[in-house]
Write a protein that binds this ligand. Structure first.
Ligand SMILES: [Zn+2]
Length: 433
């Protein structure tokens, strides 16, 4: 397939009147439309206003999608224990499947091709099957909670680890490597030391498996960990093996100097979730400082109950604006820096080294957008448009691994109307306040 249009290769390179040639699951060539049209005359040709690498949702909870709109104006611990965990506990297998499909639909239709997805304790198989069927690239994991967790979610330590290992064997590397596994403790507060050390042990035993957890999101959380362990949260995670190049930590809002040194020295990945941090009033993650230290920072929407949208363009905009106002310096997060976080940095955190750029030999994860829009007029700078003005609704085409997943308002592998209808039905039945 030959995709023609203005091509955003990455955060620094844009080709006007360009093209991307896709063969199998890879990009065969990127360059001028006229040259590639001559070189590949027999390829099916599609034209777009704008083509860009698929965006990476660095931290998301697809299975919370039926809880969109619950507990809007609450702080993290009330939000979690009084609303979100009871909601997760009430999901049966069918509701989990519907929620995951709704989440992946929202991501694919708004230009996200890779999701780092924090599932729930039960029915994780349903989300894996949904990701495989709908075509999204994913780093998914079942949640582990063996301490201080409500009924219906708390598991015995070994049972939680055994179920994680079963899922690794069943799904890690599924769909030709498009779906990968992340061991996913909820956060230090809900996991025993044995559980966290068991997670590290499993990650070491299975090649390519990563660890994904929440860390230092709120001051209540770091106080709870300090009371329990006598240590700052990141030091505790480091002590039990949950730092390193295979570890993805969502949030990291409240870290001190010594913790930041640990994150940098261990190559731990951080995911910045600005809308969630603002909505729950958690605080402002020191993202510019992290980037300056060489820490890899991705961007994530977090879950529908704390955002309440999975639109990655909104998140890029918030990601930039929050850092600017926090620093009282408009230069700290220009569009290119944020676009990099939402593409190549996210792919690096997710463990997909050939994702995040439109370049020859890289995976064909490509998004097409319309710019024939009032908010895109005039279009002076493409990256500025994508970060500060564009919206998920502008996306008309989403390709993952060389397969078209979303095309002109239609999901290819499933009926989007049917997913929304089922989601409304199942959401009405949920036990939520
Ligand atoms: Zn989260």
């Amino acid at each position: 397939m030959l995709l023609a249009g203005t091509v955003v290769v990455d955060s620094t390179t844009v080709i006007q009147e360009g093209a991307v040639v896709v063969e199998g699951d890879r990009i065969a060539a990127v360059g001028d439309e006229s040259d590639l049209g001559e070189a590949y005359p027999d390829h099916e040709r599609r034209s777009f206003d704008l083509l860009m690498p698929g965006l990476v949702g660095g931290h998301v909870h697809s299975v919370q999608s039926l809880g969109r709109g619950i507990a809007d104006d609450t702080a993290l611990f009330d939000w979690l224990y009084d609303a979100v965990l009871p909601m997760e506990a009430s999901l049966d297998a069918d509701a989990t499947r519907v929620a995951a499909e709704l989440g992946y639909l929202e991501l694919l239709e708004s230009g996200v091709t890779t999701a780092v997805d924090h599932l729930s304790v039960a029915h994780a198989d349903e989300a894996f099957e949904a990701a495989i069927d709908l075509g999204i690239r994913g780093r998914l994991g079942k949640v582990l909670m063996d301490d201080d967790a409500p009924d219906g979610l708390r598991e015995e330590t070994q049972a939680a680890l055994d179920d994680s290992e079963r899922l690794i064997r069943n799904y890690h590397g599924a769909a030709d490597g498009r779906v990968q596994y992340a061991l996913t403790p909820r956060f230090a507060v809900t996991c025993t030391e044995a559980c966290l050390r068991g997670v590290r042990d499993l990650a070491d035993r299975y090649d390519g498996v990563r660890i994904h957890t929440h860390a230092s999101e709120s001051r209540d959380e770091i106080a709870a960990v300090e009371t329990e362990t006598g240590m700052r949260n990141v030091h505790w995670l480091d002590e039990v093996g949950l730092t390193g190049e295979d570890v993805i930590l969502a949030h990291c809002v409240w870290t001190d100097e010594s913790e930041r040194r640990v994150l940098a020295e261990t190559g731990t990945h951080v995911v910045y979730c600005p809308s969630s941090n603002m909505k729950l009033a958690s605080g402002v993650a020191p993202v510019v400082d992290y980037l300056d230290r060489g820490i890899n920072v991705a961007v994530g929407n977090d879950g529908p109950p704390c955002n309440n949208t999975l639109d990655p363009f909104t998140e890029m905009r918030q990601a930039s604006l929050l850092q600017k106002v926090d620093a009282l310096d408009p230069t700290v997060t220009p569009a290119g820096r944020v676009f990099e976080m939402a593409t190549i940095n996210g792919a690096k955190a997710a463990g997909f080294d050939d994702v995040g750029r439109l370049a020859s030999g890289w995976k064909a994860d490509v998004v097409g957008l319309s710019t024939d829009l009032t908010r895109a007029t005039p279009l002076r700078d493409v990256l500025s448009h994508l970060v500060f003005s564009a919206h998920g609704d502008d996306v008309t085409f989403t390709m993952v691994d060389g397969e078209v997943c979303y095309d002109r308002g239609e999901l290819v592998a499933a009926d989007a109307d049917a997913i929304r209808r089922r989601a409304r039905e199942r959401a009405r039945e949920l036990d939520v306040s």
